[in-house]
Design a protein around this ligand. Structure first.
Ligand code: ATP
Length: 453
């Protein structure tokens, strides 16, 4: 992990947030390459699941929703983590994580009383100071509260959304009334979510501000099982599309007695991160819980009328959900390779799937003279209309290759003397095989197009 974190900082993928002010814990800025990678992942997702499917549409809801929506969804009452404070060093810990780390037992979903009892009876120590003197476990809501400035009473409290899903339920009726969707259909959305996680960490794995790509897929209840399997396979296919090693991806079926209040079945897609196997994505069968709740709390009918049979009912919902930041982290971990080359040389290479690589092509004039830069600039101008291209003229070609390997650029194009004097062609070097090939300038665009697939 340390190598990846340091490469991310050194090469402009991810910087610690607000660094010039001494940092602001667990916040990050995605730098020039990180933001390209992020955008490519989101674009690919949208293209795959919204644009590419006839049964899907997209929306872009707000971060702020009516506060009653969060009462209806169960978040105000139930979106809690139980915490304990160390009375000696004042560190705050998530009670279930404290127990799981110390006793190696699953403590998720236990009551405040049971968590307190387990900690006391097993003499669990504070990981920070080693003392065994904790407060009782108490629930803290994970939602960020904010205040509207109209007047000073409670009605002006609003929440930053802890998940993007709820905006989709709130707009269910609008989407059905204004588009031609028919059950089964899905609504997809990409956007920021906020959780006041008390123990964020593992770089960008657990953040307080993160981004989700979510789908609510509306179905008839009797069809949920085969469609659940289909979505699970779609999520596996997605992992392959972004280049994740199949062997590092697995499933975790939530036991029936540990399911969230809204779910009848939940499967997590797990990834073997360097710090252990952890949740990458999730798939939940949320039944008709959310639409029923919003219908009750809003007093507005959220039923669907089947156009063929005229039957009205509240559709059930499958929810495949993807974290953008966890996708990026998995992609970074998977792509990172340290390779030994001939003659004691070595390289770090990020073997990103080409479709999400932040820079697709680097254009390099062999020398900064004799008309080579002008030719290289011309090629840059043409290719950059279509792809994110980098112009690199600093240092030896070998150094420039290493630099591009470290940011995972699939192809490096070198403009040399032969280019301008003899063949109007360039050398294209492949990131993974390091093989070189001569390609005519007029054929470069289609060559790259073909090889990026
Ligand atoms: P965890 O068990 O790790 O806390 P969760 O089960 O609460 O996650 P969901 O509510 O299912 O997560 O959220 C859907 C997806 O959003 C997750 O699969 C993950 O990719 C992402 N996600 C959730 N919480 C965070 C976070 N704090 N930081 C970054 N990504 C997150």
């Amino acid at each position: 992990m340390d190598h990846i974190v340091s490469l991310c900082k050194r090469r402009g993928f991810i910087y610690p947030g607000s660094e010039i002010y001494g940092g602001f814990a667990n916040t990050y800025t995605f730098g020039p390459y990180g933001s390209e990678l992020r955008k490519n992942i989101k674009d690919l997702w949208w293209k795959t699941f919204v644009q590419g499917r006839r049964d899907m549409v997209g929306i872009d809801g707000g971060i702020l929703l009516h506060p009653r929506a969060w009462e209806a969804s169960g978040h105000v009452a139930g979106f809690n983590d139980a915490m304990v404070d160390c009375k000696n060093c004042k560190a705050r810990h998530r009670a279930d994580h404290l127990i799981e780390n110390a006793l190696k037992v699953d403590a998720e979903g236990l009551s405040e009383e049971d968590l307190t009892k387990l900690i006391v009876e097993n003499d669990v120590k504070c990981p920070k100071c080693g003392e065994k003197d904790f407060t009782d476990a108490r629930n803290f809501n994970l939602m960020f509260k904010t205040e509207l400035s109209k007047t000073k009473d409670d009605e002006n409290i609003a929440y930053l959304r802890p998940e993007t899903a709820q905006a989709i339920f709130l707009e269910f009726k609008n989407v059905v009334d204004t588009t031609r969707v028919k059950v089964p259909f899905g609504i997809g959305q990409i956007g920021k979510a906020f959780r006041n996680e008390i123990t964020p960490g593992n770089f960008i794995f657990r953040l307080i501000e993160f981004e989700q790509m979510e789908i609510e897929y509306f179905i008839r209840p009797e069809n949920w099982e085969p469609l659940f399997e289909e979505w699970l396979q779609e999520q596996h296919k997605w992992c392959e599309m972004i280049g994740l090693n199949k062997e590092k991806v697995s499933e975790y079926e939530h036991p029936q007695d540990k399911l969230s209040h809204y779910s009848k079945r939940t499967v997590d897609i797990m990834y073997d991160f360097p710090f252990g196997r952890s949740e990458l994505y999730g798939l939940a069968y949320r039944t008709d819980f959310d639409l029923t709740q919003h219908q009750e709390y809003s007093g507005k009918k959220l039923e669907y009328r089947d156009p063929q049979t005229n039957e009205t009912y509240i559709p059930h919902v499958l929810e495949p959900t993807w974290g953008v930041d966890r996708s990026i982290l998995a992609v970074l971990c998977d792509a990172y390779h340290e390779e030994q080359l001939e003659e004691g040389d070595s390289r770090i290479v990020m073997k990103f799937a080409k479709c999400i690589a932040p820079v697709k092509v680097a254009v390099m004039p062999l020398m900064k003279k004799d008309g080579l830069p002008e030719k290289a600039q011309e090629i840059y101008d043409t290719l950059s209309q279509k792809w994110n291209v980098e112009y690199d003229d600093g240092g030896s070609i070998g150094k420039r290759y290493r630099r591009q390997d470290e940011i995972g650029t699939p192809f490096c194009i070198t403009v040399d003397y032969e280019t301008i004097k003899e063949d109007d062609a360039v050398t294209v070097r492949d990131r993974d095989s390091m093989q070189q090939e001569r390609v005519k300038i007029e054929e470069l665009g289609s060559w790259i197009e073909e090889h990026l697939l």
